[in-house]
Design a protein around this ligand. Structure first.
Ligand SMILES: Cc1cc2nc3c(=O)[nH]c(=O)nc-3n(C[C@H](O)[C@H](O)[C@H](O)COP(=O)(O)OP(=O)(O)OC[C@H]3O[C@@H](n4cnc5c(N)ncnc54)[C@H](O)[C@@H]3O)c2cc1C
Length: 189
């Protein structure tokens, strides 16, 4: 996050846990969802929806997010208070071990203690773990021809950027947009 002139006292970072289709299918099944098809192209979106709903409920509604101090998170201990933070709808202390899918919780809890061994001061109860940013880049990709960037079936359709599955951040989205814009200029101008 880039607050105006970086004048805020807070630093934010998203910590990513890879999710494979089999993880999503397993977690959806264990949450009691019926007829889970491991080949469903929307499988990971169903998983994302389930995680978001669980966090929404644990926050108590109105987009208040469930949160825990970092060491409390890794030790599975409910935080009795939370430090000041930059998340405007607000935070609600919650046991994230019971909110997040088990494999995500385990990866993060272990990861934070490992980061702490390598970066002095990282693993601290002054930091707050907020659940959850549930996407990085698009889980699906719209196909396009490598040579001219057009969709293989739809005429005059040029997928690009994050939503089409070709970028994962500001710079890669900008570069992909520029690439496709140059294609269009060479084709039509
Ligand atoms: C909270 C948050 C924090 C982020 N922080 C970072 C960060 O720190 N660093 C980083 O690198 N990336 C960050 N990202 C990711 C980054 O913002 C995106 O990867 C990037 O903006 C994607 O650019 P884009 O042009 O592909 O898509 P977008 O920026 O989403 O642009 C798509 C545009 O299309 C418009 N649109 C949609 N449908 C239609 C339609 N039918 N007709 C016309 N227009 C339409 C939308 O209104 C929008 O303006 C963050 C994203 C979020 C949500």
């Amino acid at each position: 996050m880039e607050p105006h002139q970086k004048k805020q006292p807070f630093a934010n970072s998203g910590i990513v846990v890879p999710v494979e289709p089999e993880d999503a299918a397993r977690e959806l099944r264990s949450a009691g969802k019926k007829n889970i098809d491991p080949n469903d192209p929307l499988l990971l979106l169903h998983f994302q929806q389930m995680v978001e709903q669980n966090c929404f409920i644990a926050g108590g509604g109105k987009f208040v997010a469930p949160a825990q101090r970092m060491a409390d998170f890794s030790n599975g201990k409910l935080s009795s208070s939370l430090p000041a933070n930059s998340y405007l709808p607000g935070l609600n202390p919650a046991p994230l071990k019971d909110v997040l899918p088990g494999f995500i919780y385990q990866s993060l809890a272990r990861g934070f203690t490992e980061f702490g061994k390598k970066m002095h001061g990282y693993y601290t109860n002054d930091a707050v773990v907020v659940a959850t940013e549930s996407r990085t880049s698009s889980p699906v990709r719209i196909p396009r021809n490598a040579e001219n960037g057009s969709h293989p079936q739809l005429q005059n359709f040029y997928p690009c950027g994050e939503g089409a599955g070709y970028a994962g951040g500001i710079v890669s989205a900008a570069m992909d947009g520029e690439k496709i814009a140059r294609q269009l200029v060479s084709l039509f101008v």
